[in-house]
Design a protein around this ligand. Structure first.
Ligand code: FAD
Length: 513
């Protein structure tokens, strides 16, 4: 790999010159006085959260020159434990990262996540990684950032994106301190309050927060037995209230806030005391907070994921309540979908409109997550109506197909992109399978396409610079051959070379020779 910081342009900017798709609001027309600052980077990413760091790594697999700008100087102080669901675990395995990440996480059963209805996952989920991996968010963020840096991404902390302008050739990004940088593309991975999305003028319609929850770690001034008894009593009517002992006198506190502030700043200890008194009649003498945080239940989805040379991913594009633990997973999966397409655009081999399939594929997935989290929030309500629906759903989840459908939603293994008519597997992600070299995911570390040929008659021919070829009549799959995209989704199934060539062109552009 060459250095990502060499100032020369990418080897093939053919697609850049032809590029016109997606023009719209926020796209400034090229002016004689357009910014002539050298295009030092191919892509600038605003925000080094899980989405930004993952995207940076995916782009680096294709030698794209990446700069990540992160406004914070220090890692996040709050230690939210997040769950990596099956599809994200699979993606980590596909890039050779899983072993490292798993050392820091704790495996839990995959079931019991939909609205916290206590049902085990059905037998035989279609994955080699059918479990949940619980891991502190700061740890997964650090590991993803280290991975991006190891691949050659540049990350600058303490640099907030404050403005940008785009023209036909690139984007000029302005930092809070006034420094200006130039790249071909800008991706806003800067979270739910995204500056990039706001400056882009992209609408973020949806529902505002109706409730807010305070979450933190602190010490308590009363004995543990007293706390446990009170929590048990309150939980009979109010579920989202917890004081969980973490040892050493420290408790993890989750309590409904007294109102909806919709503020970015963390709450105060006094906010916690008042909220605890309101729900439990006592504030348990809480003191010495380790960290304090808040979250709401707003659901919003960006109207567009792309305006010209500026794109949105992760929480910058969609927000929803944390129930079911899907937000980080959704953002990481956005990054896997976008990474290779944006890289293809920059390397010059992207078929027309490939980049726009990012929104076409991912927007409906986010809309579905917004829907399922909204539904789950309703099912948590203590009102009699929602409680009756909850009892009915609990009963229905005894039907294996119902339980399976809900788990496939939460874990994202049920996603099927619309690639047109074809067998059920077309458009779906493929589970890891045994192949003659070991396992399939082991062949996907470099983020390239893969043609797996059980007939030993086909070839990836002129696309071999982008698509690997594996002849393996023994591969444990019930189709003659398949073509996998770099994000692991099945792009073609068949045994005819001409049909295959059409599909290679569709996803991987013109052959190199
Ligand atoms: C209580 C709770 C529990 C959760 N549990 C789960 C779970 O179990 N599983 C799960 O998948 N998700 C969970 N989530 C959701 C998850 O935390 C988020 O969806 C995830 O952090 C989104 O990642 P992101 O990278 O898109 O955005 P963020 O994590 O918000 O990262 C955005 C980054 O951009 C930076 N930034 C902001 N503005 C700028 C700027 N102008 N310039 C430069 N940088 C900027 C920020 O500092 C930040 O580092 C939970 C959320 C909450 C509140």
């Amino acid at each position: 790999m060459h250095s990502p910081f060499t100032p020369e342009p990418s080897p093939d900017d053919r697609a850049e010159r032809d590029f016109t798709a997606g023009d719209g609001p926020g796209l400034r027309s090229p002016a004689p006085g357009a910014d002539r600052t050298p295009l030092t980077f191919d892509v600038i990413i605003a925000g080094c959260g899980p989405t930004g760091a993952t995207l940076a790594a995916e782009l680096r697999l294709h030698d794209v020159r990446v700069l990540v700008l992160e406004k914070e100087t220090e890692p996040k102080s709050f230690v939210r434990i997040v769950g990596l669901h099956i599809r994200t675990i699979e993606l980590m395995a596909m890039r050779g990262l899983l072993e490292r990440i798993a050392q820091h996480g704790r495996r839990r059963p995959a079931g019991g996540f939909f609205a916290a209805v206590d049902k085990p996952a059905p037998e035989g989920l279609d994955s080699a990684h059918a479990y949940l991996l619980g891991i502190p968010q700061p740890v997964i963020e650090r590991l993803l950032e280290e991975h991006a840096i190891a691949l050659g991404a540049q990350v600058r902390h303490g640099c907030a994106v404050a403005g940008f302008e785009q023209d036909d050739e690139g984007v000029t990004v302005e930092l809070a301190g006034g420094e200006r940088l130039r790249s071909r593309y800008l991706v806003g991975c800067d979270g739910g309050r995204s500056t990039v999305r706001k400056l882009l003028g992209v609408g973020f319609p949806g529902e505002p927060s109706r409730t807010e929850t305070l979450m933190g770690e602190m010490e308590a001034g009363v004995p543990q037995e007293e706390i446990t008894a009170k929590v048990t009593e309150v939980n009979e009517t109010r579920k989202p209230f917890q004081l969980r002992p973490f040892g050493g006198g420290v408790y993890g506190v989750v309590v409904p806030a007294l109102g909806v502030s919709d503020r970015a700043e963390p709450p105060t200890l006094e906010d916690f005391r008042q909220a605890l008194r309101a729900i439990a009649g006592t504030d348990f003498g809480v003191h010495s907070p380790r960290w304090l945080s808040r979250f709401g239940d707003a659901t919003r989805l960006a109207e567009r994921y792309r305006v010209g040379r500026v794109l949105l991913a992760g929480d910058a594009a969609h927000i929803h309540p944390p129930i079911g633990g899907q937000g980080l997973n959704l953002g990481v999966q956005d990054a896997f979908n976008l990474g290779w397409k944006l890289a293809a655009q920059i390397r010059g081999w992207a078929p027309e409109a490939l980049l726009d399939t990012y929104q076409a594929e991912r927007h409906p997935v986010a809309a579905d997550v917004l829907d399922n989290t909204r539904a789950q929030m309703e099912l948590l309500s203590t009102e009699p109506g929602p409680q009756a629906v909850r009892r009915l759903l609990t009963e229905l989840m005894d039907i294996e197909e119902v339980n399976r459908r809900l788990i496939e939603k939460i874990t994202a293994i049920g996603i099927r992109y619309d690639f047109g008519e074809g067998p059920d597997l077309l458009g779906r992600r493929l589970r890891d399978i045994d192949v003659k070299q070991g396992n399939l995911y082991g062949l996907l570390h470099r983020g390239r396409g893969l043609l797996l040929d059980r007939t030993e008659r086909l070839t990836a021919g002129g696309w071999s610079d982008r698509v690997d070829y594996l002849a393996d009549p023994t591969a444990s799959l019930d189709v003659p051959c398949f073509l996998l995209r770099p994000d692991g989704h099945v792009a073609w199934i068949g045994d005819d070379q001409r049909d295959l060539d059409d599909h290679l062109s569709r996803w991987f552009g013109n052959p190199a020779n």
